[in-house]
Design a protein around this ligand. Structure first.
Ligand SMILES: Cc1cc2nc3c(=O)[nH]c(=O)nc-3n(C[C@H](O)[C@H](O)[C@H](O)COP(=O)(O)OP(=O)(O)OC[C@H]3O[C@@H](n4cnc5c(N)ncnc54)[C@H](O)[C@@H]3O)c2cc1C
Length: 593
C-alpha cells in the first residue's frame, strides 16, 4: 500500500500541542493561519507520497554503494533530492536571512514526519543537514555562516555530524581525533570517525562535516572537545569550490536496515591534515554540538512516529483485505477480513494509539521549542526551553521504542507474509531498529531524563507538568459521556502512578543513584504513557468541543489508550520504585550477566 499523508491527524496533534505550549488563539501554529498550514502540509504530504515513497523499496533492495572510492546512492535518489531542494523543502525552519522560510519548528517536524514515513533512508539526509545548520547558526562566526549557511539552507550542500569513533560511542569524553592549530588561524584534523550518516554521497557537490576533535593541549574529558567545520571540498573566498579536502570516505557499513542511507567510515588527515574551521570556542565544542544533537533527537523521535504511522497504514490495509476465519459475531457464511477478529482489531488499535500518542509528545516538544523562541517574556521563553529539554529524551526514546514495537506488530498482522520481503512490512521493521540506537541510545536518554532533566527548575517543572496532567484527567472524568468519564478515571490512575514514581525518582537520584539508574528506562516509559494519555485526552476533549468529522475517532483512540495501554502505569511505577534491588543486588557470581 502506498503512503497516505495523515494530514488531519497531524493537524489535530499540532492543535493539541499548540495549546499545550500556550499558543492557542493565534491559529494552530503561530504566524500561520489554518488554511495556509493545511496547504503546506498537504503539499509536503504529496511530495512524500508521490516522490519519496516510490523509492523506498528500491533503496532497500539497491543500497548505497562505495565504488572506486565514491559513494553512489540508490537509483532515483539524486533526481528526488534535486526535486526536494528545488521545491524549497530543505529550508523550512531556517531564517530568511540565509534563504530559509522561517516556518515554525512544529511545521518543520510535521513535514519531517511525512518524508520519513515515505522513505526513512532518504529523510535522514535533510534531517542531519538541519542539525548541522542549527549548530552552525548557534556557534559559527559570521564569516562561516555567510559562506556556508545559504548553500546548506538551499540544500545545495548537505551536512553531517561526526562524533562517533570506534572506541567512543555513548561516551564522547574519550574521542581521539586530533586538531592542530595552523599558522593561518585554521586547523588540521587527523583521525577516524565511524557510522557517519551521509558521510559521502553523490547528491551534492559538497558536504559540510561538523567534526568533534581534541586540541593537543586540551583538558581531559568532555571539557577538552572542540567542534570544527570540515568541508569535503574547500570553498574559495568568492564562494566557488576549490580543492578536495583531506577528508575521505573509507567505506560503507552493511546494515540491518536503512540500506538506502550511506553509513560511512570517515578518514580525516590521511595526508597533510583535513582543513577545519573552529565553530565557537576551543574546548567548548560539545556545548554547540548538543544544540545539534537535541534538535536531531527530537527529529529521530519523529522518525519513530513516521515509521509507526507507515507500518500502521500498511497493516490496516492488509487486514481489511486478507480473508481468514469466520465471523465471531454473525453466522454469515464464508471467511471474513482479519480486521474483524477482536484480537487483530486490538493489535491495529494498539498500533494506531501508540503512534498517535508518540506524535503528540513529539509535537508538544516542538511547540515548546517554538515558544522558547517567540514567547513574549524572558521568563516564558526560558520555561519553554526547559520544558522542551525535559520532553526531548521522552520524545526521542518513547517514540522510537514504539516505532519498533508498532513495526513488529505490523509484521505480525501480515502473518507469514510479514516475514516475506515482498509485502514491505519487514522493511519497516528492519529500518525502525536503528532508531532507539542512534542520536544517543534510549538507555542514555533515560539516564539524561532522570539525572539532568527532572531537576530542571529546581524540580518545579515536572511538578507543574504533573498538575497539568491531573487537571485534564479531572476534566475528562466530569464529561457527561460514559466512555470519556471512564477514560478520565483510568488516566487519573496513570497520573497517580507517574507522580509516585517521579517523587521516588527525584529522591533516589540524590541518595541512591544506582537504584535510580536501574529504574530509568521503565520510568521513561511511564512518562511516555502518562504524557501520551494526557495529550490524546486533550485532543479528544478539543474534538468534542468543536465537533467535526474526526471527533469520534480521536475519542475512540484516546479511550483505547487510557483503557488498554496506559493502564500499565502502576506496574511500571512498581518496577521503578522497588524493582531496582533485584537489578543491583545481583552480582556476576549470582547471575551470569
Ligand atoms: C546506522 C547508524 C548511523 C549512525 N549515524 C551517526 C552519525 O551520523 N554520526 C555519528 O557521530 N554517529 C552515528 N552513529 C553512531 C551512534 O550514534 C552510536 O552507535 C550510538 O551513540 C551508540 O554508541 P555505540 O554504538 O558505541 O554503543 P555503546 O556506547 O558501546 O553502547 C552499547 C550499549 O551500552 C549502553 N551504554 C553505554 N554507556 C552506558 C552508560 N554510561 N550507562 C548505561 N548504559 C550505557 C548503551 O545504551 C547501549 O545499549 C550511527 C550509528 C548507526 C548504526
Amino acid at each position: 500500500m502506498s503512503y497516505q499523508a495523515p494530514v488531519d491527524d497531524i493537524l489535530l496533534a499540532l492543535r493539541t500541542a499548540g495549546d499545550a505550549a500556550g499558543t492557542a488563539g493565534e491559529g494552530t501554529v503561530r504566524g500561520l493561519d489554518d488554511e495556509t498550514l493545511r496547504a503546506v502540509l498537504e503539499e509536503a504530504g504529496k511530495f512524500a507520497s508521490e516522490e519519496l515513497a516510490p523509492l523506498n523499496k528500491a533503496g532497500d533492495r539497491s543500497p548505497s554503494r562505495w565504488v572506486d572510492g565514491r559513494v553512489l546512492t540508490p537509483p532515483g535518489w539524486k533526481a528526488a533530492y534535486d526535486a526536494f531542494r528545488t521545491a524549497g523543502w530543505s529550508a523550512l525552519p531556517c531564517p530568511e536571512e540565509f534563504g530559509g522560510q522561517e516556518l515554525p519548528e512544529t511545521v518543520a517536524m510535521a513535514a519531517c514526519e511525512m518524508w520519513n514515513s515515505a522513505n526513512l533512508s532518504f529523510g535522514l539526509c535533510p534531517l542531519l543537514t538541519q542539525g548541522a545548520i542549527d549548530a552552525l547558526r548557534a556557534g559559527g562566526s559570521d564569516e562561516l555562516k555567510q559562506r556556508y549557511l545559504p548553500r546548506m539552507v538551499s540544500g545545495e550542500w548537505t551536512g553531517t555530524m561526526n562524533l562517533t569513533e570506534p572506541h567512543a560511542g555513548s561516551d564522547l569524553s574519550v574521542i581521539k581525533t586530533r586538531a592542530e592549530r595552523a599558522s593561518d588561524g585554521t586547523y588540521r584534523l587527523f583521525g577516524t570517525k565511524i557510522f557517519i550518516t551521509y558521510g559521502d554521497h553523490d547528491l551534492t557537490d559538497n558536504i559540510v562535516h561538523l567534526v568533534l576533535a581534541r586540541l593537543p593541549d586540551a583538558p581531559e574529558g568532555t571539557r577538552g572537545i572542540s567542534l570544527f567545520l570540515v568541508p569535503k571540498r574547500l570553498v574559495n573566498a568568492d564562494g566557488s569550490l576549490g580543492a578536495e579536502n583531506d577528508a575521505v570516505c573509507a567505506g560503507l557499513e552493511h546494515k540491518l536496515g536503512i540500506h538506502g542511507s550511506p553509513t560511512a567510515v570517515m578518514k580525516f588527515g590521511e595526508k597533510d591534515g583535513a582543513i577545519g574551521y573552529l565553530i565557537g570556542e576551543e574546548n567548548r565544542g560539545l556545548n554547540t554540538m548538543f544544540i545539534m544533537m537535541n534538535a536531531a533527537r527530537l527529529a529521530v523521535g519523529i522518525q519513530g512516529v513516521a515509521v509507526a504511522e507507515r507500518a500502521t497504514q500498511h497493516a490496516v490495509s492488509y487486514a481489511r483485505e486478507r480473508l481468514q476465519g469466520r465471523s465471531t459475531t454473525s453466522k454469515a457464511p464464508g471467511m471474513v477480513p482479519i480486521a474483524e477478529h477482536p484480537d487483530v482489531r486490538r493489535t491495529l488499535l494498539t498500533m494506531k494509539a501508540l503512534t498517535r500518542a508518540a506524535r503528540t509528545i513529539c509535537y508538544a516538544t516542538a511547540a515548546e521549542i517554538d515558544k522558547s523562541h517567540h514567547a513574549e517574556t524572558e521568563h516564558e521563553r526560558r520555561t519553554a526551553a526547559d520544558r522542551a529539554a525535559l520532553l526531548t529524551p521522552v520524545a526521542k526514546a518513547f517514540a522510537t521504542d514504539i516505532g519498533c514495537e508498532v513495526a513488529s506488530m505490523g509484521v505480525q498482522v501480515h502473518g507469514g507474509m510479514g516475514f516475506i520481503e515482498e509485502t514491505g512490512a519487514a522493511q519497516f521493521y528492519r529500518d525502525a531498529r536503528i532508531l532507539p540506537i542512534y542520536e544517543g541510545t534510549n538507555g542514555i536518554q533515560a539516564i539524561d531524563l532522570v539525572t539532568r532533566k527532572l531537576p530542571l527548575g529546581g524540580g518545579q517543572l515536572i511538578k507543574d507538568m504533573i498538575e497539568e496532567f491531573e487537571t485534564v484527567a479531572r476534566r475528562a472524568k466530569t464529561v457527561n459521556r460514559q466512555e470519556i468519564g471512564r477514560m478520565g478515571q483510568r488516566l487519573a490512575s496513570t497520573v497517580v502512578a507517574f507522580a509516585e514514581a517521579t517523587s521516588w525518582m527525584v529522591e533516589a537520584i540524590e541518595h541512591t543513584p544506582n537504584l535510580a539508574l536501574a529504574g530509568a528506562t521503565p520510568y521513561l516509559r511511564l512518562f511516555g504513557l502518562a504524557a501520551g494519555g494526557h495529550y490524546l485526552a486533550k485532543g479528544a476533549l478539543l474534538g468534542l468541543e468543536e465537533g467535526g468529522p474526526h471527533a469520534a475517532e480521536s475519542v475512540a483512540v484516546a479511550r483505547f489508550f487510557a483503557e488498554n495501554i496506559s493502564v500499565a502505569a502502576p506496574g511500571l511505577s512498581a518496577i521503578v520504585t522497588s524493582g531496582g534491588h533485584a537489578v543491583i543486588g545481583v552480582t556476576p557470581e549470582t547471575a551470569p550477566v
